[in-house]
Design a protein around this ligand. Structure first.
Ligand SMILES: C[S@@+](CC[C@H](N)C(=O)[O-])C[C@H]1O[C@@H](n2cnc3c(N)ncnc32)[C@H](O)[C@@H]1O
Length: 265
């Protein structure tokens, strides 16, 4: 039987290579332009992998937590990041990976979930994740679902990977990955367990149902310009729906506009 996604990602080779580090460095440098991070922030990085994006901002924050289903990735994250104050890694059980509210983490003000949701089974799981995030969120908490396969076109997506490689000087490393055994295993897993793609309208409907404002970020945050990123206000501050930090990115949908009007934003 073919591995499911959590089993695939728990293999050591899945997270190997300097590409991950390069991609996370790129993400960390870009995300700061979208989400201000400061000494009062508590970060939760869901699907943190080796913890690159968790660890980089950790010294500037009150607390940083990484969570992942892969024990292999967590072991590597803990080894690499030993000694960084305020940084903790947690295991998410593969059969309960949406239960982030059971982690020993509270008053979360920023949530990263980068290149992870595509390994969920359906959009209903995204809704459950948002609902559970509300239970541990501080007022004003922002959740970034990044690298989404939204309005997905597989040809554009591959083009995005290769263009990203050219832009970051990792083109040949990416090309090598495409022809490596690791990629063939990825393909086999993907044939048996399709990745989750979604339409904008589907995520908008989920956020409307959960009563959380959403905006899409158009700029490239993860090295693939054709992926989409969604910034969700998990717990708007009382009487003040936070204005998007870059309001020009995405015109409000009807749902967003209605929500902003309702909340005085
Ligand atoms: C593509 S990697 C992304 C890692 C990291 N966020 C980054 O951007 O480098 C996917 C990560 O998500 C984890 N993962 C896969 N399915 C998951 C799930 N259902 N819940 C939580 N983490 C999951 C994998 O173990 C892996 O570490």
């Amino acid at each position: 039987m073919t591995d499911d996604w959590t089993t695939y990602w728990d293999r050591g080779e899945a997270m190997e290579g300097r590409l991950w580090q390069a991609q996370c460095d790129f993400f960390v440098s870009r995300v700061r332009e979208e989400i201000a991070l400061g000494p009062d922030d508590v970060l939760l990085d869901i699907g943190c992998g080796r913890g690159y994006a968790t660890a980089a901002p950790a010294p500037e924050l009150r607390e940083a937590h990484g969570a992942d289903t892969s024990l292999h990735a967590l072991q590597e994250a803990r080894r690499r990041c030993a000694g960084i104050p305020g940084l903790t890694f947690h295991h998410l059980a593969p059969d309960a990976y949406l239960d982030i509210h059971r982690l020993p983490v509270r008053d979360v003000s920023v949530i990263f979930c980068v290149s992870v949701v595509q390994y969920y089974k359906n959009i209903g799981e995204v809704r459950t994740l948002i609902a559970n995030a509300k239970k541990i969120a501080a007022p004003g908490c922002r959740m970034l679902l990044a690298d989404l396969l939204m309005d997905y076109n597989p040809y554009l997506d591959v083009a995005g990977v290769l263009i990203g490689g050219l832009e970051s000087g990792t083109f040949f490393a990416k090309l090598h990955e495409v022809f490596s055994g690791k990629h063939r295993l990825y393909g086999r897993t993907r044939a048996a367990h399709p990745v989750l793609t979604m339409l904008r309208a589907e995520l908008e409907a989920v956020c409307a149902a959960e009563n959380v404002p959403l905006r899409f970020i158009r700029r490239n945050l993860t090295g693939n310009r054709f992926r989409t990123h969604a910034l969700i206000e998990i717990r708007p501050k009382e009487n003040s729906a936070r204005r998007p930090e870059r309001p020009e990115d995405s015109p409000p949908s009807r749902q967003q506009a209605a929500f902003a009007a309702e909340t005085g934003g």
